[in-house]
Design a protein around this ligand. Structure first.
Ligand SMILES: [Zn+2]
Length: 271
């Protein structure tokens, strides 16, 4: 049965996503994808992948023009295709689920990238398969996050966990078979909780909490991504008469908070 207990204990991110998909906004799902990608920025070997994630985060809040999103998606595809082709060449067992999100134009460019990778592989010493697969999955996660053809949470978490598995497990076959790094998957479920809170017991906003100090702090935290200021926000909320322990505890508990954090969203009236 899907209820409060299930939500607290669930380890199946896919089912949690299914549960909130029709009950929440596309923005929050997009921000979750961005948060998964931001954790693996260091594994993205092409700056165009990193740039695409930044644009995707702005897109979630409708702060960029559609043209800029399309351009970032095009650049992310250009970063993804060569490393995807190389991953195929060094392993010979294509894993092209990200290609569902590619346009016909991108598919043509993939063929070009594939030919280049084969030529490069003939002349260069064999690259480390784990390095190639880590970069391949990280670039794929970034591409899926920005692609206008991909659904939010369309496997971004899986691709990010696979990138970490190949970056941290020296045994390539074990990393390949693992289905992604387990600790990273736990971190993703925590991020999911940070963004979606508890849909079974949502905190109801009391307007008197919204003093100028609270609003100013929450706005600054969001704009500056300064989540280390959340405990200060908790103090300001208490000064405003807030005694909701779910809200105060969330602001004070250690752990990763990201754009879309349910607490800051609640105070800024973002959904
Ligand atoms: Zn939070």
């Amino acid at each position: 049965m899907i209820d409060f207990e299930w939500w607290l204990n669930n380890e199946d991110l896919g089912r949690m996503v299914d549960y909130v998909r029709s009950r929440s906004s596309k923005r929050k799902l997009q921000l979750f994808d961005c948060a998964c990608c931001t954790r693996i920025r260091h594994l993205m070997t092409d700056p165009r992948s990193q740039a695409a994630v930044k644009v995707a985060e702005l897109r979630a809040d409708e702060l960029v023009e559609e043209k800029e999103v399309l351009d970032a998606a095009h650049q992310a595809a250009n970063a993804y295709l060569p490393i995807a082709a190389m991953a195929d060449v060094v392993y010979g067992d294509p894993n092209w689920s990200a290609l569902d999100a590619l346009s016909a134009d991108d598919a043509e460019r993939l063929e070009e990238a594939y030919r280049s990778a084969i030529a490069l592989h003939r002349t260069e010493p064999s690259p480390d398969r784990n390095s190639v697969f880590s970069a391949f999955h990280a670039a794929g996660a970034a591409y899926l996050t920005i692609s206008p053809n991909a659904d939010p949470v369309h496997d971004v978490s899986y691709w990010a966990c696979a990138a970490v598995a190949h970056a941290t497990n020296p045994d390539f076959e074990a990393a390949y078979a693992s289905g992604g790094d387990a600790a990273e998957s736990v971190a993703h479920r925590r991020l999911f909780g940070d963004i979606f809170g508890n849909p079974f017991q949502p905190v109801v906003l009391v307007r008197t909490w919204l003093t100028s100090t609270v609003v100013s702090l929450a706005t600054g935290i969001y704009d500056d991504r300064a989540f280390d200021r959340l405990p200060i926000l908790a103090d300001a909320l208490e000064d405003a008469g807030c005694d909701n322990q779910d809200l105060l505890k969330h602001c004070r508990e250690p752990g990763e908070h990201v754009r879309g954090c349910w607490c800051v969203d609640l105070l800024l009236d973002k959904s």
